[in-house]
Design a binder for this molecule. Structure first.
Ligand SMILES: Cc1cc2nc3c(=O)[nH]c(=O)nc-3n(C[C@H](O)[C@H](O)[C@H](O)COP(=O)(O)O)c2cc1C
Length: 318
């Protein structure tokens, strides 16, 4: 039978959906089966119209019922509700879950991560995470194109699109940029009063993060085509709007990369030395580099930063 599940810390959890009050979920056929023989098999199937990406994974393992009083229950319910919003309105927290400890995995087909095709916009926003370290696998040219295309569609003040993208994939320009920014990084870290060995480690990490990223997009502001005002105050607001829209372009790119099965990260370093970036990359002097986005295949899953509850963010709902 088809079912919903989450896979967390090596354990698979699947809920017992709400049934009419008269039915005790513990009397369900699958629960009785597990009681009789806890050995279960689960097949996770990835279907795609593109047959070269078809895959399935058979997991065999031992199942048992996890009661709401068990300490693992709340975490599993939270993960299920994160993955399936429908469960947020259902009382799965009051019902047992089926907990499966995998023992063997049998795979068929292409198990590489592939595009996250099934994700809707909300899933993409929730799933996107900042990745700082990548495998050496390159980003395909068509994926790079799709990421840049997504940036193009960001909202912008007066529709002026006040951003330009410098795309770095070859090692030499990335090395040159890292080398030239290193001087600024060193100066700033020293100004912060950091000990020498800390400065050295952070410099090395910043260098590697940039150079080892398969794709780097430097997002630059281009203010020349924005509205001109006689007063400095409105001009500054105009610039702020451009910066805001650069953030929107960045988010479009990050979400698109995530949807393509890639990951992205944000480095604000150019903000602190825009002229250095312009000179290192030989860019037009009217451009103001603001951020670097790195893209590639995540070397490992990063630890996610928790989000504030929505009620804390809504400060007025009048
Ligand atoms: C404007 C901006 C600047 C950022 N600068 C950096 C940065 O310089 N280095 C870095 O590692 N992450 C940077 N980040 C990423 C944040 O640290 C990250 O988004 C945050 O920790 C939340 O994690 P998440 O993106 O995985 O949800 C930046 C994010 C934004 C929006």
């Amino acid at each position: 039978m088809p079912f919903c599940f989450v896979y967390q810390s090596g354990i698979l959890y699947t809920p017992l959906d709400e049934k009419p009050k008269s039915t005790d979920p513990r009397s369900l056929k699958r629960v009785r089966n597990i009681r009789e023989n806890p050995q279960v098999a689960v097949v996770v199937d990835r279907y795609s119209e593109e047959w070269s990406s078809l895959a399935h994974l058979m997991v065999r393992g031992a199942a048992h019922l996890l009661e709401p009083a068990d300490h693992e229950h709340a975490g599993a319910v939270a993960a299920l509700r994160e993955k399936y919003p429908q469960y947020r309105a259902m009382r799965i927290h009051e019902l047992p879950l089926i907990r499966i400890t995998p023992e063997t995995f049998t795979a068929w087909g292409d198990l590489s991560a592939g595009p996250r095709q099934d994700l809707d916009v909300m899933d993409l926003m929730r799933g996107r995470r900042s990745v700082r370290w990548y495998t050496p696998e390159p980003v395909a040219p068509e994926q790079t194109r799709a990421i840049l295309e997504a940036g193009r569609w960001a909202p912008s003040p007066h529709g002026r699109q006040p951003w330009r993208f410098a795309v770095l994939t070859r090692p030499e320009p990335k090395e040159k940029l890292a080398a030239e920014m290193a001087a600024t990084w060193q100066l700033q870290l020293a100004l912060d009063g950091q000990p020498e060995e800390v400065v050295a480690t952070r410099l090395r990490k910043a260098h590697d993060r940039l150079v080892d990223a398969p794709l780097v997009v430097v997002l630059c502001l281009y203010l020349d085509e924005l509205d001109a005002y006689p007063d400095a105050e409105r001009q500054e607001s105009e610039t702020t709007m451009a910066v805001q829209s650069l953030g929107a372009a960045a988010q479009n790119m990050l979400l698109t990369a995530y949807g393509l099965g890639l990951d992205g990260g944000w480095m604000c370093a150019p903000l602190f030395c825009p002229e250095v970036v312009v000179s290192a990359l030989g860019l037009d002097a009217r451009l103001i580099p603001h951020a670097m986005l790195t893209f590639g295949h995540a070397a490992k899953d990063p630890v996610r930063r928790p989000r504030r509850p929505l009620d804390e963010l809504i400060i007025l709902d009048a």
